[in-house]
Design a protein around this ligand. Structure first.
Ligand code: SF4
Ligand code: SF4
Length: 180
């Protein structure tokens, strides 16, 4: 399989299939990825951006708002569809490289397969999840809080995107080596 097929296959399947793909990539390329100084440096940049966003979300008390919302009959926004469709194997690979114990924590066709009792188990979340700003959060937050939230989410999305690109370039180089 050349690298283009490897990359395109990362976006196919449900959450479980994408996780299996990510685990296969770790098995095949994990050592090389962990020895790549650029990728390791980028992983740290993304982790710092996650921490900055999490700190701000905690200060906004978003956890409390979401817990209350999730307890309503309608439930929160982390649906089964989100877990299956908005994820991809490269994102799950990044989580595995960062040491996250990625696994399917539920399979009830209602909530996201990565949503544990304590919240999302992923350190690096899908773009859609990072960009989602519901009306409840908008109503209950100040303009300053929302502006900072947008700024920190944007920084994280940029860093995550750069890490993804670095991994794609790495996989491309491996493909070229295999063809030589
Ligand atoms: S982000 Fe909004 S819709 Fe989703 S759980 Fe939190 S309050 Fe509810
Ligand atoms: S934030 Fe996490 S738990 Fe919620 S939908 Fe996204 S991946 Fe699933």
């Amino acid at each position: 399989m050349d690298y283009k097929e490897i990359i395109s296959s990362c976006y196919c399947g449900d959450g479980g299939e994408k996780l299996k793909k990510a685990e296969a990539l770790v098995k095949a390329f994990g050592r090389g990825l962990s020895l790549d100084a650029g990728i390791q440096k980028q992983l740290l940049v993304v982790q710092d951006a996650v921490l900055a966003l999490d700190t701000h979300m905690t200060a906004m008390e978003m956890g409390k708002t979401c817990t209350t919302c999730a307890a309503t009959s309608k439930g929160g926004c982390c649906s089964a569809y989100m877990g299956h469709e908005n994820n991809d194997a490269l994102l799950l690979l990044m989580n595995l490289l960062a040491g996250v114990d990625v696994k399917l924590v539920r399979d009830d066709a209602i909530e996201c397969c990565f949503l544990a009792e304590t919240g999302c188990i992923l350190l690096f979340k899908p773009i859609f999840c990072l960009n989602y700003l519901c009306s409840r959060i908008q109503t209950e937050s100040s303009e300053k809080q929302l502006s900072l939230l947008e700024q920190k989410s944007g920084a994280l999305l940029t860093a995550q995107g750069q890490l993804e690109q670095s991994i794609i370039v790495f996989l491309q180089s491996q493909g070229e080596m295999l063809e030589e």
